[in-house]
Design a protein around this ligand. Structure first.
Ligand code: SF4
Length: 447
């Protein structure tokens, strides 16, 4: 269904202008609904007809798919082509593959490594989202056993890539309740596997030789009453994959074209690190739903997870740390005091550089709404008065005997104001770049 205009939506509302939704008129509320800036549930008097019509129209253009036993791994639900238009809803999920023909010990070790892999980046712990199991054997029971082992070891949703319907069915039953993805090997198998997916609580990744056939297939399956679909495009080059992903997402978002309004699934087949990382990067940047890597290699996962974090971080909600006084090392009452903002990246870089300089210190991190030093200063969130107030309210003044505070070099202009806000303190202007903290400490604090 094409998106409704504000006037079309208004016709479905009670038109009493009671204001209970927070808008002055039903028309104003309708305009907000059309712009997706309000939810119909905010109007307590919406009729069943309005709920039905607007419910369908307000479905996100890309279907949300929830995976896992607890349905917490979410894909899709996207509403914009570019992050800066609003935000992306869910990041590309990352899976690592194991094969059912891997030696039992090797597979057990690989599964444990997948389960235990973590990457801590700007205070967030990143993990592998799913395990993919590929059938290389000729035997359905072997494949099902490998899938069961993967589920029992990792307890995260699986991508079940069997060779045929019989093997996928056996695996789907073996891991019933895991909220996994069945990967249909062909268009014919896609239709057959709908019932298996439905009965065992899994999503279904469907495929067809080209986009036209895939569109017909997804529409037919949805019409039959199953909608937990993922699309697997059959492309033959990175350029074609990029183009196909973009065409599908653009059609879903711009034309509200439902047959392409699903997350996608892609397997990186090459074990060459550079080629594989490049291929996965394209899918992270351009609309990948799930990207499967052929092996677990921290050298590949680290840049990919970092890239993914950069692409999918909500630009309206910078990653931030809690505003407070952070001890760096084991500071004492006479240890130096530094100040920076609560933008995570800034905090971790500054605290790391203080640590590298070989001293212990107190790091004052006031509330700056997650902005960097210059941005928060420009926004009036990192002024001398505010830092002084924060130091007093935090109790640091009573905790330390130090009466020197080091501010970032970029905001040297606040030093006078800060000295006024903190009588008895001397303000030292630190370096502009965190990388120069070590030399600053040697020259100004240790000597
Ligand atoms: S609450 Fe409903 S009826 Fe009242 S003004 Fe808002 S849209 Fe109209």
């Amino acid at each position: 269904m094409a998106a409704l205009t504000g006037l079309q939506i208004q016709k479905l509302l009670p038109k009493t202008n009671c204001k209970e939704c927070g808008s002055n008129t039903c028309l104003a509320f309708a305009m907000k609904l059309a712009a997706k800036k309000a939810e119909l549930s905010e109007c307590p008097y919406a009729s069943d007809e309005a709920k039905q019509v607007l419910g369908a129209a307000s479905e996100p253009p890309v279907k949300e798919i929830a995976l896992g036993a607890d349905k917490t791994l979410k894909l899709g639900a996207e509403t914009v082509l570019y992050r800066h238009e609003k935000t992306f809803a869910h990041q590309t999920a990352l899976a690592i593959n194991v094969n059912d023909t891997d030696a039992p010990d090797a597979r057990a070790a690989a599964l444990q490594a997948i389960r235990d892999f973590t990457l801590v980046r700007v205070g967030e712990t990143l993990i592998v989202d799913l395990v993919s199991v590929t059938q290389m054997s000729q035997d359905a029971a072997t494949f099902a056993a490998a899938c069961k082992q993967a589920w029992e070891t990792v307890k995260r949703p699986l991508v079940l890539r069997g060779a045929d319907v019989a093997a996928i069915t056996a695996a789907a039953v073996a891991v019933k309740g895991s909220g996994s993805v069945l990967v249909a090997p062909s268009a014919e198998a896609s239709e057959t596997l709908v019932t298996v997916a439905k009965e065992n609580g899994h999503a279904l990744a469907i495929t067809a030789p080209d986009l036209n056939e895939l569109v017909l297939l997804s529409a037919k399956i949805k019409l039959g009453g199953f909608n937990d679909l993922i699309l697997r495009f059959q492309t033959h080059s990175l350029a074609e994959a990029f183009q196909t992903n973009s065409i599908a997402r653009r059609a879903a978002l711009k034309d509200n074209y439902k047959p392409l309004g699903y997350p996608s699934l892609h397997f990186v087949e090459t074990t060459d690190l550079l080629s594989g990382t490049t291929e996965a990067s394209v899918h992270f940047c351009k609309y990948g739903g799930i990207c499967v890597l052929p092996q677990l290699d921290p050298a590949q996962l680290t840049p990919l997870m970092t890239l993914r974090m950069n692409v999918y971080t909500d630009p309206q909600k910078p990653i931030q740390v809690e505003p407070k006084i952070y001890p760096i090392g084991e500071p004492k009452a006479d240890s130096p005091v530094f100040v920076t903002t609560n933008f995570s990246l800034t905090y971790f870089i500054v605290s790391g550089e203080i640590e590298n300089s070989g001293i212990s210190a107190w790091l004052v991190v006031p509330e700056c709404e997650g902005m960097s030093v210059l941005t928060s200063w420009a926004a009036g969130k990192f002024s001398g008065a505010m830092i002084g107030k924060f130091v007093k309210e935090s109790g640091l003044e009573k905790q330390v005997t130090t009466r020197q505070i080091v501010i970032p070099g970029y905001v040297a202009q606040i030093s006078g104001e800060l000295e006024e806000a903190l009588p008895g303190w001397k303000v030292l202007v630190g370096p502009q770049e965190a990388a120069d903290i070590e030399s600053f400490v040697k020259a100004r604090l240790k000597g």
